[in-house]
Design a protein around this ligand. Structure first.
Ligand SMILES: *[C@@H]1O[C@H](CO)[C@@H](O)[C@H](O)[C@H]1NC(C)=O
Ligand SMILES: *[C@@H]1O[C@H](CO)[C@@H](O)[C@H](O)[C@H]1NC(C)=O
Length: 336
């Protein structure tokens, strides 16, 4: 017993330093492994976003050309030196057969055929190939409208970093590009979600300075520049932690980014708010307030709010699935 005890006491005391060192070695080697793995991961991600993403988007274009948006062309705009924007242009559904195998110049010419043109400015996550965005394009194209979907700088395969000025420049460039080709057709802006919900209002005010009134503006799931009004939910937190989102409101207090409420007060275009009652990021109450402000500045005839049933589970961006949407859009376009 005694011997054993001594042995027990001895062995640890002798072996401790060696074991500890070994453990330390193991630890350092695992942390090195971790660092190497993480760096590899980061390199792969970087490679993915810089090189593979454009490829992927092209692939998706081809896939959708073959399967659903088969009347779409992919192109790139240069709103300013060093900035390239990836853009999809889809012609109305009834031209799908004619569109097969056509090049960009055919699509550009088609913009002037008298059908309304929608510029769809997407929200501040992902890219133009996101399923709900393709869903919106399909609805609009089926109604007989052209749809132009750009990825702002810093999104999808577009280069650069998103800033308020940059996004506004992008939107203005896209608008001018369309107007140069769309003849007398209506040009409607469809603006979605959060930060960008307000880019269209920036654009509208910029155009007013030129004496131009936008034909119509649709704001889907938009919210104003005061995110403090919004309740903090887990979804909300997740959303704000996504890349790109912080840029939108980074300037914060000093220089409010996207002064949408001020813009809405100045706007002279018909506005249609689309909002799902169960939107977890933007409570319908916030939109009701925005609608009220915009309608007071113009009139209830020119500024409308269309609500979508909260029991249907559309959440933040699913209302394109609603059966009443095509009718709502058609009525709006016919009222312009
Ligand atoms: C789409 O169709 C073209 C031929 O029209 C074919 O070359 C291409 O591989 C198809 N792409 C996909 C993703 O199915
Ligand atoms: C192409 O798109 C049109 C309109 O969405 C659809 O009706 C048609 O079936 C599609 N054609 C093919 C070959 O996928």
């Amino acid at each position: 017993m005694k011997k054993r005890n001594v042995k027990r006491d001895d062995s640890p005391s002798v072996q401790k330093p060696a074991k500890l060192q070994q453990k330390k070695k193991e630890k350092t080697s695992t942390s090195w492994k971790k660092i190497i793995l993480l760096s590899l991961g980061a390199a792969v991600m970087l490679g993915f976003s810089v090189y593979i993403l454009p490829e992927l988007i092209q692939q998706v274009v081809f896939m959708y050309r073959n399967f659903s948006l088969n009347h779409t062309v992919n192109m790139y705009f240069t709103p300013e030196e060093g900035i390239s924007l990836g853009v999809w242009l889809t012609v109305p559904d009834d031209q799908w057969k004619e569109a097969q195998g056509k090049d960009l110049s055919w699509y550009e010419k088609s913009l002037g055929n008298g059908s309304p043109v929608f510029i769809y400015l997407h929200g501040n996550t992902k890219n133009r190939a996101a399923p709900h965005r393709i869903g919106v394009s399909k609805v609009l194209s089926a109604l007989g409208y052209h749809v132009l979907v750009p990825d702002y700088r810093g999104f999808g395969d577009s280069t650069g970093e998103p800033t308020e000025d940059g996004l506004t420049t992008d939107a203005l460039y896209v608008y001018d590009w369309v107007k140069a080709r769309s003849g007398n057709s209506l040009v409607v802006l469809w603006d979605t979600h959060s930060g960008q919900g307000l880019v269209s209002t920036n654009l509208a005010v910029k155009l007013l300075e030129r004496g131009v009134v936008l034909d119509g503006v649709i704001l889907e799931g938009a919210f104003n520049a005061a995110p403090t009004n919004l309740p903090v939910t887990i979804f909300y937190w997740f959303y704000w932690s996504l890349p790109g989102v912080k840029y939108m409101f980074a300037a914060g207090t000093k220089n409010p980014v996207f002064p949408s409420v001020e813009n809405l007060k100045k706007m002279k275009s018909p506005v249609l708010f689309l909002h799902s009652e169960d939107d977890p990021f933007v409570p319908i109450k916030v939109i009701e307030e925005m609608h009220e402000i915009a309608a007071n500045a113009q009139s209830k005839d020119r500024v409308k709010l269309e609500r979508f049933d909260g029991s249907k589970g559309y959440l933040h961006n699913g209302l394109y699935r609603d059966a009443k949407l095509p009718g709502v859009l058609k009525d709006f376009v016919e009222s312009l």
